[in-house]
Design a protein around this ligand. Structure first.
Ligand code: SF4
Length: 83
């Protein structure tokens, strides 16, 4: 899944987005509520919050230990460079 704001896009592998444990970790980690959970616990990306991203990397930390990294925060204002 991917959602784009004006400045920030977030991309999460579909398998990771379906992982309800990871979805909860991401939801708990992000200080500006870019991540949420659908009724079935799977990951939802909250489009209206995307540009509030403070580049804190807490979501990347929450998803650490998986290879390849399932969560990408992309800086659209830097040609889509990954955080
Ligand atoms: S970098 Fe921080 S603010 Fe941005 S999406 Fe990840 S947890 Fe949220």
């Amino acid at each position: 899944v991917r959602k784009d704001g004006l400045f920030i896009a977030v991309e999460v592998d579909d398998a990771a987005a379906a992982d309800t444990v990871l979805a909860k970790k991401l939801t708990d980690a992000c200080p500006v509520d870019i991540y949420a959970q659908h009724g079935d616990g799977t990951l939802e990306l909250v489009e209206k919050s995307l540009d509030e991203c403070v580049l804190c990397r807490l979501c990347l930390d929450a998803a650490a230990g998986r290879d390849p990294a399932p969560v990408r925060v992309l800086k659209l204002y830097e040609d889509g460079a990954a955080l």
